[in-house]
Design a protein around this ligand. Structure first.
Ligand SMILES: Nc1ncnc2c1ncn2[C@@H]1O[C@H](COP(=O)(O)OP(=O)(O)OP(=O)(O)O)[C@@H](O)[C@H]1O
Length: 686
């Protein structure tokens, strides 16, 4: 059964693709398995940032967890306070048997309790005080660690989110969304629970056991040694359990991430699944993954149950042996009754932490896995980092030059752009034309530094964009992608996304309002007025409550409202009907005056926006000129345009458009060669 929950990779150059087929699909990303190994997964986009191997897996649990220290440091005083409170509670619990010992050896042994209840008052009050102190310490511990626990979780969550925002698009192409979601939500929640409970419990258990065993040895040396012998199998079992459980814990957390990815992709692609009637397949695929996770959870629980049972059994058995030996020793008068009672009551206090060791250990190992998974993302270096010594930008004129640019998606693949030169003079509009898959969108992402060139340079006003801070390189550039992403926010917030509210380029409220309405008008987004709350209407996740054309117009309005010096439009009008496209084109002409614009044309009509056209072929710009000049002189351009026209006329909306028979809107030369003409590079043409 095909995996319907995965998006297919876009196919390579295929001139027969129709415009709607050319909608960019999300590249396939790594499964958790390959992400874990850090290998390049089959089908993952080559060139995506390499997933670093999970460094943490080579570290010991302590070394791995110690990496949390920078996040934990501010909370250390409260955590130490919490630890001391927990120890206080534990010591109070350990002291109770000593009081009972004095009670047994004193008033009870002497029979004083029978006629003088007053003799019982002191020990009873002491037990009560110790019990209350224990409860008080537990409460104090909870209060002390609760705040830092949630604080550390929030700080780590913000750090991870910030890093994810910072990482290049190639990283996100590679990493499944569910894996990131499960790290940012599930893993960090797990860590919080460990920090406020598991970690303290571990330390307190260790101290209780050590102090308790010390008391046992002091109370009854030989019996204490017998009890201590139980530590040998306990250590072996705990060690073996840790090794096994670590692997299963990682598997379970990765599988949860895969499951989250499946849910995310199925919800995202619900329309496609429904349209193709593949809902059942998606369900089967989900059920399979959920079942896998369930089996892993059962293995986890099974391991935990085995270790808990063993850890319960060992102290019980040693205690039974001690009971026999103790009774013999007491019968021979080699140990007092009080010592015997104190011994067994202390052993009972120690038994709790020993039995809980399985749970505490598994919490610690889950936390360690969460730490490894957290740092696996956090330690992914950003190849698009800011330069150490950035150039301070002056006023931006908007002159862009791509100089001898090569770009490849990964070292193994052939370059998509290879020795490309292109100049976008200040204030001009250049249309970029090329066959499907020729690299137009790839080129477009180099200008706002969404990716960096493999070699060569992109210059903004003569400065290599890599020498600028990323914010300085990106601020003057606005992009409208073909596949418009809108956020679950109001229309206003979506459109004004690129308009600064603070900082040196801050725009006041009045100007923001003006830009909002102007951008909506230019993008012919009059439909916004009919939305329930106009520009304040919240649009659904990714704007799915709007039509494709409406979303595209809002994305275009967003790019216009930013008033950039450089505007990159990646086929921004592809989903518009003919009439709307005409209106948008006319208004864009006016507002683009003075803006350096690169517009990727998938439709002949889009070419009409441009002062000049650049032809992209075989990774290079092979010709630049006006539309008419290129039609007359460039065979490949004629071929591309004829294909675009062919696609466009087969496009259903266009065929049905009222002005279909109207004179050519785009002014491409109708003397262009037969659109069925072969590519001049093909054998036939030669
Ligand atoms: N994230 C990616 N990882 C690996 N290869 C990619 C990635 N994105 C695009 N490619 C490949 O790079 C080549 C150029 O793709 P690009 O999207 O730039 O072409 P295009 O000219 O914009 O195509 P279209 O006209 O269909 O939008 C294609 O062969 C494509 O498969």
């Amino acid at each position: 059964m095909p995996d319907t929950t995965r998006s297919p990779r876009p196919s390579s150059a295929d001139p027969s693709d129709s415009p709607d087929q050319k909608k960019r699909t999300r590249p396939r990303r790594a499964s958790s398995e390959s992400a874990r190994r850090g290998a390049s997964p089959q089908g993952a986009p080559p060139g995506a940032a390499a997933v670093p191997p999970p460094v943490g897996s080579q570290l010991s649990t302590w070394a791995s967890v110690r990496r949390l220290y920078p996040y934990v440091r501010p909370a250390v005083p409260r955590l130490v306070g919490g630890l001391l409170s927990a120890l206080g509670a534990s010591l109070a619990a350990l002291a109770i048997p000593r009081v009972l010992q004095t009670l047994v050896e004193g008033p009870l042994a002497e029979g004083a309790a029978a006629h003088d209840l007053g003799a019982l008052v002191v020990p009873v009050v002491l037990v009560l005080v110790l019990g209350v102190a224990e409860a008080g310490f537990v409460l104090l511990r909870r209060n002390l660690v609760m705040y830092p626990g949630t604080r550390i979780e929030a700080v780590m969550r913000m750090a991870l989110f910030r890093h994810l925002q910072d990482l290049p698009a190639a990283f996100h192409d590679r990493w499944p969304g569910g894996q990131l979601l499960s790290r940012i939500m599930g893993d960090l929640g797990l860590l919080r629970r460990w920090l406020i409970f598991g970690l303290l419990q571990l330390v307190v258990s260790a101290v209780t056991i050590v102090v308790g065993v010390g008391i046992l040895l002091a109370t009854a040396g030989w019996l204490g040694l017998v009890y201590l012998a139980g530590a040998i199998p306990v250590t072996v079992i705990a060690f073996r359990f840790s090794r096994r459980y670590r692997v299963i814990a990682r598997l379970s957390q990765d599988q949860s991430g895969d499951l989250a990815t499946t849910v995310e992709e199925s919800v995202h692609g619900i329309r496609v699944l429904k349209a193709f009637g593949r809902g059942r397949d998606a369900l089967e695929s989900f059920t399979g993954q959920a079942e896998e996770l369930r089996r892993t959870e059962i293995r986890k629980a099974g391991n935990q149950a085995t270790v808990t049972t063993s850890l319960q059994l060992i102290p019980e058995v040693t205690l039974a042996v001690c009971l026999v030996l103790g009774s013999v020793l007491a019968a021979r008068g080699q140990i007092s009754l009080g010592d015997l009672v104190a011994f067994f009551l202390t052993a009972a206090v120690i038994n709790g932490p020993v039995v809980d060791l399985g749970m505490t250990l598994s919490m610690t190992l889950n936390a360690r896995t969460a730490v490894d998974r957290f740092f696996q993302v956090m330690e992914t270096a950003n190849p698009l980092a800011d330069p150490a010594d950035p150039v301070e930008p002056g006023p931006v004129r908007g002159h862009v030059e791509l100089r001898d640019v090569t770009y490849r998606y990964d070292d193994a693949s052939p370059p998509v752009l290879d020795g490309l030169d292109l100049e976008l003079p200040e204030g001009t509009t250049t249309a970029l034309v090329g066959l499907t898959g020729s690299g137009k969108s790839t080129l477009a992402m180099l200008v706002p530094r969404i990716a960096d060139v493999t070699s060569g340079a992109v210059l903004l006003d003569g400065v290599d964009v890599r020498r600028l801070r990323r914010t300085d390189a990106r601020r003057p550039v606005a992009v409208a992608f073909e596949d418009p992403t809108l956020f679950s926010a109001s229309v206003r917030d979506n459109v004004l996304l690129g308009v600064q509210e603070s900082g040196p380029d801050a725009v006041d409220e009045q100007e923001r309002e003006r830009r909002l309405h102007e951008a909506l008008e230019v993008a012919q987004a009059g439909f916004v007025a009919d939305l329930p709350d106009g520009v304040d209407t919240r649009i659904g996740e990714e704007g799915l409550s709007l039509s494709g054309g409406q979303r595209q117009r809002l994305a275009l309005a967003r790019a216009i409202a930013a008033r950039p010096a450089v505007l990159v439009l990646d086929d921004p009008l592809s989903a518009l009907d003919v009439t709307t496209e005409e209106a948008v084109t006319a208004r864009l002409h006016e507002v683009l005056a003075g803006t350096t614009t690169l517009v990727i044309a998938h439709r002949p009509s889009t070419v009409a926006l441009a002062d000049r056209v650049a032809v992209l072929q075989d990774g290079r710009i092979t010709a630049v000129g006006t539309h008419a000049h290129l039609l007359a002189t460039d065979a490949h351009y004629r071929y591309v345009i004829s294909n675009l026209e062919q696609d466009w006329e087969h496009y259903p909306d266009h065929a049905a458009a009222p002005d279909d028979a109207a004179p050519d809107r785009t002014a491409p030369d109708r003397t262009a060669p037969d659109r069925t003409a072969p590519d001049p590079r093909s054998e036939d043409a030669r």
